[in-house]
Design a protein around this ligand. Structure first.
Ligand SMILES: [Zn+2]
Length: 105
């Protein structure tokens, strides 16, 4: 696996084009979870009890699993847009300093 450290600033925020889809999938699954949790949480009375919200969120796992094909499509679309608009012909982008690099061939 290529280094995630930027060659210019050294930050561990350099993203390779091959990692766009997995990162977008994490974001899409989180988005799906939050959208469904928000919908169900509106009906709940706020509480200070620890872990209550996490337990409620865990109840959404079957819903998230049932929607995984939509999340994959959402991720594919975002990854494609990022590839086209951000990366172009480059292979990696540092989110800290903005430098773009090509893989050595
Ligand atoms: Zn950098």
């Amino acid at each position: 696996m290529p280094s995630t450290h930027c060659c210019a600033c050294g930050a561990a925020t350099s993203i390779h084009r091959h990692h766009l889809y997995p990162l977008a999938l994490v974001a899409a699954l989180l988005d799906c979870t939050l959208r469904h949790y928000q919908h169900s949480a509106i009906k709940e009375v706020p509480t200070d009890q620890p872990w209550t919200s996490l337990a409620s969120m865990a109840e959404l796992i079957p819903v998230i699993a049932a929607n995984q094909s939509a999340s994959k499509q959402q991720a594919r679309e975002l990854a494609d847009v990022m590839q086209r608009n951000w990366f172009g012909s480059f292979d990696r982008l540092c989110l800290s300093c903005g430098i773009m690099e090509r893989d050595e061939s």
